[in-house]
Design a protein around this ligand. Structure first.
Ligand code: PGA
Length: 251
């Protein structure tokens, strides 16, 4: 059985005091949610304070990206070592906003993933197609490229510290959620790709989150699908009660 993992990606939202207040508000609401692994990913600026607020709780903290060097002349970048030092055990890599707004390529994302893992972080690695790619029948090609290029060079042992997040770009922040059937179809396809690369045991073990307009009222039906192993949540993770309600759907 794969333990569901539900993560909140706070993106570029919340000032430090607001982020800490959200963490403090969330803590008691999900304190008994032992059936689910919970992660929140604040901005770099808020990480340290949020991690301190959540120390000793059942909510882990993650970054939203991590660069491929430990330190040095890389203006505005943050290393996995710095994330860990600030209290993170996780980071997101390959979010569609990194791919499409900031131009992160498959090659760079593979480097980021490998360096984060080698640095001791666990990674939520995101994949997902654009609407025009889905409409023009290229969805499977895109997912395959992102998985094959993204996971290149990893060992099966590395994979134990990776969660995949399927986030169709057309569903992110749009209010348009993939149907449970659409999500399940891509999750099954993705798991088969992992099987081809790493074998049946690794494919069975890896958790695949869904992301894209997840809310309390669609979480349970998505999670009921056998290959949906949790969520990466954007907008609905910015309020303690709505994020807690999504977590409760996983319990
Ligand atoms: P959303 O974002 O829940 O606001 O659609 C999801 C994500 O980008 O991780």
């Amino acid at each position: 059985m794969r333990k569901p993992i539900i993560a909140g990606n706070w993106k570029m939202n919340l000032k430090v005091a607001e982020a800490v207040a959200l963490a403090e508000a969330l803590k008691p609401l999900v304190a008994d949610a032992a059936a689910v692994e919970i992660v929140v990913c604040p901005t770099y600026v808020s990480l340290y304070s949020v991690a301190k607020a959540l120390a000793g709780s059942n909510i882990a903290v993650g970054g939203q990206d991590a660069y491929v060097k430990e330190s040095g002349a890389y203006t505005a970048a943050i290393s996995p070592q710095m994330l860990a030092d600030a209290g993170c055990t996780w980071t997101i890599i390959g979010h569609s906003e990194r791919r499409h707004i900031f131009g992160d390529t498959d090659t760079l994302l593979n480097e980021k993933l490998r360096f984060a893992l080698a640095s001791g972080l666990k990674v939520m690695f995101c994949i997902g197609e654009l609407l025009e790619e889905r409409k023009s029948g290229k969805m499977e090609d895109v997912i395959k490229r992102q998985v094959v290029e993204g996971l290149k060079g990893l060992s099966s042992a590395d994979l134990a510290n990776v969660v995949l997040a399927y986030e169709p770009v057309w569903a992110i922040g749009t209010g348009e959620t993939a149907s449970p059937e659409q999500a399940e179809e891509v999750h099954v396809f993705t798991r088969a790709l992992v099987r081809d690369m790493f074998g049946a045991d690794a494919a069975e073990a890896i958790r695949i989150q869904y992301g894209g307009s997840v809310k309390a009222d669609n979480a349970a039906e998505l999670l009921a699908k056998p290959n949906v192993d949790g969520f990466l949540v954007g907008g609905a993770a910015l309020k303690a009660d709505s994020f807690a309600a999504i977590i409760k759907a996983g319990c």
